[in-house]
Design a protein. Sequence first.
Length: 344
Amino acid sequence: MLRGSIVLWVALLLGLALGQDTRVVNILDPSTSYNREVGRLLVWVMAFAVLIFGVVTGALTYTVVKFRKRGNEQGEPPQFHGNDRLEILWTIIPTLIIVIIFGLTAQSMIANAKLPAGAMTVKVTGYQFWWDYEYEGLGIRNSNELILPVGKPVIVEITSKDIIHSWWPASLVGKQDAIPGVTTRLHFTPEKEGIYYGQCAELCGASHANMRFRVIVVSQEAFDRFVRGAQNYRAPEPQDALTRQGQGLFQQNCAACHAVKGTAAQGVIGPDLSYFGNRTTVGSGLWENTDTYLIPWIKNSPGVKPGSKMPPFAQLSDDDAKAIAAYIKSLRIEGLDFQGLPQF
Ligand code: CUA
């Protein structure tokens, strides 16, 4: 039993050490004042927890050692009952600790509840198993990857179209449930440019763990370029035979569910693919946006992501899927590149 658990731990730590994905979701390396408050609170709570652990295990060890059976002692040791001073002390100290933690928590909650001035609003909608983003007042939307300008406060209004999800970019802000028919809110100000990992945090079906997303924090200048590009977006005309073939196949097979701005494709069931070529990931934050992942995704989405609502397209050959991949990768806003950003 003990040996088994040691082996398990060693395997776990080795796995962590050798893991390919070096991204660590870490609220102690905050990129927002929101998480700095949470981190500060965590340090206090941990300090008290360590103190209590030390005192309790210390007292227990002391008692066991001091009152252990010695030599050939017989019968019960001398019995005593009650110690008023000790009992008052162990009532007052924990009460004080709770009052202090309450005060610190209330302070952090008040600080984090303050609505920032001049914030932009993004509406987040959860679907099994992806996310839709609509920028209020800008007339643009995107899926799975939320692009935000650095240093600008954002209010995120969250809801769901099917069942309860939870939107959680851990390095930026706490999680918030996405509930059908209800709007919940979060707000924060991203302070560092980078690509932030996000994850659905409410069990929502077979691909709950695969319902990921990214928040891409860029300079104000790059964000303005994105907004202009998205507002004026017209899907570019295919520049080669493969892309043209892909465009035709896309209209036949994909347009009923997906929208591409400026084309006949206006489906609203699946993610908006207007600037899919700018995405860093495919499958709702699951894999790098390359043909290696994109082609199997197009051909048999539930085969690579259990429970995916996109049906398999058995009639598509590998070449067909390659053509569709070429077409949707050509759908991009020029001059936007997120590849060099640090990852959090
Ligand atoms: Cu959506 Cu878990």
